[in-house]
Design a protein around this ligand. Structure first.
Ligand code: MG
Length: 394
């Protein structure tokens, strides 16, 4: 949900830069990479769909659908639900763009809790003593929680709750309240500070240091290397690190043949102890024809994240007899940093001509460093059993 106006920031809050990318993109990226998520919908201020689509495409999130928001948050959520193309989806996850994380382990816990509830919400503790505004005393702070997002819903229950809300003209700051209004049961799942909302510029600074801290989270460093070659071919568009390089020749391949991103994906998979992209994406895999290879990298990142691994650093070395790649290196660094969620100083792209020894091909080597650990499995759902929906939309 990125349709708000963010009046306290003086600008749409979801667009405020946080560690090199707009605020909304952090949580969206987490959700899009989650293995259970089959489709992601971004709800944006009406009229700004094209701006967001362009940004998503550049960030390797071109598969995310964009929907215009409504006059209220409740209406915006309804628009988002309407934009889901998969009618058979079992669960829907609703997340606010103002919260710069949707940790995979938390999403897992929320989905698992749907075995026993219509909806599951993450909770944050209340640190301060609470008082009634009028009258003595106040509620026991251990008896109350602050509710955050992402929130997970059985799809049918959320659709039913919103249909009733629309019919009654009911509005809520939280979809769980609407689900309760139709008799749904709400499960409360303890969350981590990563899902704290960014409301003021001070919150933004706190979120930046939290996320940066996670990027260098303690835990063993895991290195992966990747290698790929593609043959030069006349009449193809040359794309390297997601950046189009003008010229008469491109690379042969089933996807966009971005040899650099294939090497990067292999390096991520290697560091995560996974097999190579040829196993994960055979040439005849559905949807592979002409696909942007950023999708392959994003999926590899999702597999790594599911193991609690985060990207720390990446380097690509390109060997090409032609064309001259030097002038395009800064754009490649920029694109690769955005795709991997890294600062520019954690990414390097080198290009060499190999003195003509390579022939009619481009070769890419990649080294990616991941850090282990990630989020400790401290979540409790009370659900007791594993399982839960096999697919979800976030
Ligand atoms: Mg390849």
């Amino acid at each position: 949900m990125a349709a708000g106006q963010g009046t306290r920031f003086g600008a749409p809050k979801q667009r405020v830069p946080l560690l090199g990318r707009p605020l909304y993109m952090h949580g969206l990226r987490d959700l899009a990479a989650h293995p259970a998520v089959v489709e992601a919908v971004l709800v944006v201020p009406p009229g700004e769909e094209a701006l967001y689509r362009t940004e998503l495409l550049a960030a390797g999130l071109g598969a995310v659908r964009v929907a215009p928001g409504g006059a209220t948050r409740t209406a915006s959520v309804r628009h988002g639900i309407s934009a889901i193309s998969d009618a058979d989806v079992e669960a829907i996850v609703v997340h606010d763009a103002a919260r710069p994380a949707a940790p995979a382990a938390l999403v897992d816990s929320l989905l698992a809790a749907l075995d026993h509830a219509s909806c599951a919400v993450p909770s944050l503790p209340v640190a301060d003593t609470l008082r009634w505004r009028h009258g003595p005393g106040g509620p026991d702070r251990s008896a109350v929680v602050r509710v955050a997002t992402p929130q997970a819903f059985r799809a049918a229950d959320l659709v039913r709750a919103h249909a009733r809300a629309e019919a009654c003209g009911d509005e809520a700051t939280d979809d769980a309240l609407l689900v309760e209004a139709v008799g749904g049961r709400v499960a409360i799942v303890p969350a981590v500070a990563a899902v704290e909302k960014v409301t003021t510029p001070a919150d933004l600074a706190a979120a930046a240091s939290r996320l940066a801290g996670e990027a260098v989270a303690p835990g063993p460093l895991r290195m992966g290397m990747g290698l790929d070659h593609h043959r030069l071919a006349v009449g193809r568009v040359l794309v390297l690190c997601g950046v189009p390089v003008p010229g008469d020749e491109g690379l042969e391949g089933h996807s966009d043949a971005d040899v650099a991103l294939h090497a990067v994906a292999n390096a991520i998979l290697g560091a995560a102890g996974e097999r190579d992209i040829g196993v994960h994406w055979p040439d005849d895999a559905p949807g592979i024809a002409g696909m942007a290879s950023a999708g392959i990298v994003t999926h590899a990142l999702g597999l790594a994240r599911a193991k609690g691994l985060r990207t720390v650093q990446a380097q690509v070395v390109l060997t090409a007899a032609r064309p001259r790649l030097g002038p395009h290196v800064p754009a490649m660094v920029e694109a690769l940093a955005a795709l991997l969620g890294l600062g520019r100083d954690a990414v390097a792209v080198h290009a060499t001509s190999a003195e003509g020894l390579l022939g009619d091909a481009i070769e890419a080597h990649a080294l990616v460093v991941l850090s282990g650990g990630g989020f400790a499995p401290v979540y409790t759902t009370g659900a007791g059993t594993a399982g839960g929906p096999s697919s979800a939309t976030g």
